[in-house]
Design a protein around this ligand. Structure first.
Ligand code: SF4
Ligand code: SF4
Length: 349
């Protein structure tokens, strides 16, 4: 990795250089009932609209690689027979500007599943190949626990990562294309003072985390607590709304729907992201539902993220962004669920 420093006023130049492609970044999206400013990722045409001091976006940037609804193919009956059209997307390069470490690490986790052989998701792969990512450091919210999941810093998966140091930016360069773009700025080598300032920012950020998750031996504890009453208590509280999966940067489960034309001479097939907490998630042909109760659906959501995925990839399918808890109408949060499983009981539910 290469480290450089540039003056903060040069950020506009970087934005201009990247604006030859569509830039998507955090922008204001109104306010919450409790007065918080809400942010979300959206196309940005002017640096002034880019809110790099955002705390958390409602959705992650996942939606640009894994849209909530995506047409996967269409069929038409022609004279010669059935013709199929597939557009993988990804024709338009995209710059994701201002992603926090958790969201970059979330894409790294999705890569492990969706780019894996022998059945890579070509729709995801086509878009991923055309994406340039500018990471940006953050200030933790009370809901964040990325430090506990080991996803609070980035070693790969983005092109460059910016950390503001007052009048300067400390930049970690992680790709040759980022290096060549940054050559157009007045870069300088970081000195000892810059290193100290950078470490000061890192330490100050660490001190702001308040949410904790103890992940030690968690897979074993989950195995032991599979029949714990805790799951019923949390599960009965769950409204099965599916919001947690929709805002989660690492959820990738989907359903497929085919819409057949009225004349039966064509059809469009769609993939739609789905949530394992929805009532019919485990319903199969014939009507049998393997998980008819919210308690079993909620439990399996946790077992997929913190048990099965760890076994397959040696890491959890959770980056500790806290979005699921922030947006859950039933106040179900990962730190509280995991703490209660460890204790073997639920407080105040
Ligand atoms: S957001 Fe909360 S209530 Fe809705 S499905 Fe997820 S855990 Fe259940
Ligand atoms: S499970 Fe919750 S905290 Fe973990 S990555 Fe998904 S939304 Fe973020």
């Amino acid at each position: 990795m290469i480290f450089k420093v540039f003056a903060a006023q040069e950020l506009g130049r970087l934005f201009e250089l990247l604006a030859v492609n569509m830039i998507v970044g955090p922008v204001k999206k109104g306010g919450a009932a409790d007065g918080r400013v809400l942010y979300d990722f959206a196309p940005v045409y002017d640096l002034a609209d880019l809110c790099l001091d955002f705390d958390q976006t409602i959705h992650s940037a996942k939606k640009y690689l894994l849209p909530y609804v995506e047409e996967t193919c269409s069929f038409k009956l022609e004279e010669v027979g059935w013709e199929k059209e597939v557009d993988y997307g990804g024709n338009q390069p995209l710059v994701l500007f201002g992603l926090h470490a958790c969201d970059i690490n979330a894409l790294n986790k999705l890569d492990k599943v969706l780019l894996a052989q022998p059945y890579p998701n070509q729709f995801y792969g086509a878009k991923r190949a055309g994406i340039f990512i500018v990471g940006h450091s953050c200030q933790p919210t009370p809901a964040c626990f990325c430090h506990a999941m080991g996803t609070d810093s980035v070693l790969h998966g983005c092109d460059l990562f910016l950390t503001p140091l007052g009048d300067d930016y400390f930049v970690e360069i992680m790709s040759s294309r980022a290096f060549h773009i940054l050559e157009n700025l007045n870069l300088r080598e970081p000195g000892r003072d810059d290193h100290r300032r950078f470490q000061g920012v890192v330490e100050q950020r660490k001190s702001l985390f308040t949410a904790e998750v103890d992940t030690s031996d968690l897979t074993k504890i989950l195995d032991m607590e599979f029949d714990s009453a805790v799951w019923a208590q949390w599960g009965d509280r769950c409204l099965s709304c599916g919001t947690c999966a929709q805002v989660c940067p690492t959820c990738y489960c989907y359903g497929v729907e085919e819409v057949v034309a009225m004349d039966m001479k064509g059809a469009d097939k769609f993939r739609q992201l789905y949530s394992c907490n929805l009532l019919d998630f485990a319903q199969v042909a014939g009507g049998h539902n393997f998980r008819p109760e919210s308690r079993s659906r909620l439990k399996y959501r946790y077992y997929h993220k913190h048990r099965g995925f760890v076994e397959a990839f040696e890491e959890a399918l959770c980056v500790g962004c806290g979005r699921c808890g922030t947006n859950c109408l039933a106040d179900i949060t990962v730190p509280e669920v995991i703490a209660s499983v460890r204790r073997g009981e639920v407080d105040d539910v």
